[in-house]
Write a protein that binds this ligand. Structure first.
Ligand code: SF4
Length: 348
């Protein structure tokens, strides 16, 4: 290993690599202080090489401690980028031609709580919509406890905010959620999803699930599958539990209490098959709809068609020329097969 850098130093990877090549010296550049980097040290990004969308990281770290998660130790406490910096960054990307930006963070819903008189995520979104020309904004993952009434209203009230939310669930068993130190119940989660789907029926909502947490017995897993079958989610990201030394779960459970790997694999397979069914069912519900799609640079190897991403997170194959890449254009969803969703750009 010639160079080890910390998460905080990622923004400086180019000068660090240049120094390594120049000096040929083994280097370690990992800051230990956990202090936020001053905004002026965060370089403004103009382009993402070969990407049709741009990503703006507005927050880092987490002040909570889920039993299985190493992030609070690895990334430190919650730190938010100043709102003026975020506005300038979003406008710069819009000026560079990006039509969609994705707002990212380790725990996006806590944006602003560390800033003096800082805005909430809802206030920041309102400012982005009012002060920048960006055509549409997508939100990355937001924890269930990150939604307040104001944020929910802002999300469903603007057609410039993508109808796509990723809300980690982690388990459909209340006992397992408590053991994980997740501060909500399955009823809270269901209420949240139902609220969004009642206000915005075509919204795509996805969830993370951790499979094989040591407290997850067969009955708990059954509760999870029943909950997932019953709730209006459009896809799942399924992760297998793994021991992270230093986390509460690693200290609490002995090796003999871990779920055997073959059981974790079986449970994961089952949830992934549920996810495929939900994805297909959501896609089929959109056939015949006209959706605003961001035409991507990527093409599909087998059909040669170009990929396009709808605001509600469908990956659709369309016939589109190079000039359309990066543009948001209306397209009709034509069909859904086992392997692809096919659409047609309108007015072409
Ligand atoms: S899972 Fe999310 S909320 Fe929980 S400790 Fe990790 S980063 Fe924080």
């Amino acid at each position: 290993v010639d160079l080890a850098i910390g998460n905080k130093e990622k923004a400086h990877i180019v000068p660090l690599l240049q120094r390594l090549l120049r000096d040929r010296a083994v280097d370690t550049s990992v800051s230990q202080d956990g202090e936020p980097r001053p905004a002026e040290q965060n370089p403004m990004i103009e382009r993402f090489f070969n990407y049709s969308r741009a990503f703006v990281k507005i927050q880092e770290g987490c002040d909570w401690q889920c039993a299985y998660c190493i992030i609070p130790r690895a990334r430190g406490p919650n730190r938010s980028m100043p709102p003026d910096w975020v506005i300038d960054q979003v406008q710069k990307l819009a000026d560079s031609g990006y039509q969609e930006i994705v707002l990212c963070g380790t725990r996006l819903g806590t944006y602003g709580v560390d800033l003096v008189a800082g805005p909430s995520l809802a206030t920041l979104l309102t400012r982005i919509l009012a002060s920048t020309d960006i055509r549409r904004v997508r939100l990355s993952s937001i924890e269930p406890m990150g939604f307040d009434e104001q944020l929910k209203e802002v999300i469903v009230s603007s057609n410039r905010i993508c109808r796509h939310l990723h809300i980690p669930l982690q388990s459909g068993s209340d006992a397992v959620l408590r053991a994980m130190n997740r501060p909500y119940s399955t009823s809270d989660y269901r209420r949240l999803v139902d609220w969004f789907k009642s206000r915005c029926p075509d919204m795509c909502i996805g969830a993370d699930l951790v499979v094989g947490f040591p407290a997850e017995g067969e009955a708990d897993f059954r509760e999870t599958t029943e909950f997932i079958q019953d709730i209006d989610l459009s896809y799942l990201h399924v992760f297998s539990y793994s021991v992270r030394p230093g986390t509460p779960a690693a200290n609490r459970y002995s090796e003999s209490q871990l779920i055997p790997p073959e059981v974790v694999r079986r449970r994961s397979r089952f949830l992934r098959s549920l996810s495929r069914a939900k994805r297909r069912s959501f896609a089929k519900s959109q056939v015949g709809r006209t959706l605003n799609m961001l035409v991507l640079r990527k093409t599909d190897d087998s059909s040669g068609k170009r990929m396009a991403l709808s605001d509600n997170y469908l990956n659709v194959l369309v016939d589109a020329d190079d000039a359309s890449a990066g543009q948001i254009l209306p397209a009709e969803v034509l069909s859904v097969t086992e392997s692809a969703i096919v659409g047609r750009l309108l007015n072409r």
